[in-house]
Write a protein that binds this ligand. Structure first.
Ligand SMILES: Nc1ncnc2c1ncn2[C@@H]1O[C@H](COP(=O)(O)OP(=O)(O)OP(=O)(O)O)[C@@H](O)[C@H]1O
Ligand SMILES: [Mg+2]
Length: 349
């Protein structure tokens, strides 16, 4: 409880535990003692402004703030403030809740989601490539061996037509086997096509919103999502589409790593793209794309990040093109970049 000039009058046991101060240490001290900068220097003005304008910014509303312990360390807290007027005196009662555990849990679930998208990304492209390489390797090395054997048999210049014929047959068999492997992989990709459904882009984005927002929050980014009403449906594999959009959001977030936190904005907007497509724009305030980078952006394993894999855009473009769409990008006039996904509203063949 503080008085109308911000000085502490009461401090309960829970508060002592939370901040590491005893009641005796803080009584009569300015409440700003419990705040880090910049709130610390502004708090007297906050009270003055409230007392003259009566416009509440936190009183009766509650807010997440950073709080400061006696040892100088900080922790996230939710604070609810109530006003008590008695005779001619005003008092403010603050109730604080330590959010450290809540934040940790949020971060943990974010990490888990991150791992999940990474795993599924590897599962799709990497594992498929590995399986294909493995299965093709056997018939291909068999073919090489048989071809060498046939060539040696010919060199002998003997009446060994039968042996040569049987070696060539073996080559034929192995070549067919390799063909089977490839046909099998084709079937596999066709199978993923059957997971396509007609869905409203609004629902698609609504579904990934919580994850995107968590991601944005973790990077101190303000994320705005603009979706007009009445959008036509698109026929897509929702999981793949969401993976693409999350990839683009993550790239935008990564690009703003050196942008001051208050300027980190990410905007996702959907619009219709005549004649028969919709367009999803993901606009960031990051470092933008230099001419050098713009040449290679979509190449497999191209990355400018210390921990990047350089596969995000490669996979995204493959997915979008398989839906009959396209990904484009441009630098914004006032800094940062915009990536755009165009998806036809009619099912692609
Ligand atoms: N929004 C953006 N702003 C600026 N540069 C970008 C943006 N998006 C991508 N890039 C550049 O393109 C490169 C390739 O992006 P891509 O998503 O393919 O790989 P990555 O993000 O480096 O790694 P990962 O495989 O983990 O996604 C990035 O390293 C970055 O240099
Ligand atoms: Mg990426």
């Amino acid at each position: 409880i503080i008085d109308d000039s911000g000085h502490i009058e009461a401090f309960n046991k829970a508060a002592e535990g939370m901040f590491g101060y005893t009641k005796a240490e803080v009584t009569g001290e300015n409440i700003q003692l419990l705040m880090p900068k910049p709130d610390r220097d502004k708090h007297d003005n906050y009270i003055k402004r409230y007392l003259t304008t009566r416009k509440a910014r936190i009183i009766g509303i509650g807010r997440e703030v950073q709080a400061r312990r006696k040892d100088g360390s900080q922790f996230p807290a939710h604070v609810a403030i109530g006003e008590v007027r008695w005779k001619n005196n005003t008092r403010f009662v603050g109730v604080m809740r330590d959010l450290t555990d809540v934040k940790l849990a949020e971060e943990k679930s974010l990490r888990q989601h991150e791992n999940m998208t990474n795993v599924s990304r590897l599962a799709t492209l990497g594992e498929m490539a590995a399986a294909m390489a493995h299965e093709l390797n056997q018939p291909l090395s068999a073919i090489t061996n048989y071809a060498a054997a046939a060539s040696r048999l010919l060199d002998l210049k003997k009446d060994n037509q039968k042996d040569i014929k049987s070696t060539l047959d073996k080559i034929d068999t192995q070549a067919h086997r390799a063909g089977e492997v490839i046909r099998h992989m084709r079937e596999f990709t066709k199978f993923s096509d059957t997971a396509r459904k007609s869905i409203s882009p609004t629902i698609l984005i609504e579904e990934l919103k919580p994850l995107a927002e968590l991601d944005a929050k973790a990077h101190n980014i303000v994320l705005t999502i603009d979706i007009p009403g009445n959008l036509p449906e698109i026929v897509v594999n929702s999981l793949q589409m969401q993976q693409v959009i999350l990839n683009l959001i993550r790239n935008g977030a990564d690009a703003m790593i050196d942008t001051p936190p208050q300027d980190r904005r990410l905007r996702l907007a959907i619009s219709t793209e005549p004649p028969e497509s919709i367009r999803i724009d993901i606009q960031d305030d990051g470092h933008g794309i230099s001419d050098d980078v713009s040449k290679d952006l979509f190449d497999a394993f191209f990355t400018t990040k210390p921990n990047g894999m350089g596969m995000g855009l490669t996979i995204s473009r493959t997915i979008i093109r398989s839906h009959g769409g396209e990904i484009t990008f441009a630098n914004n006039a006032n800094g940062g970049a915009t990536f755009s996904v165009i998806i036809p509203t009619r099912a692609s063949e």
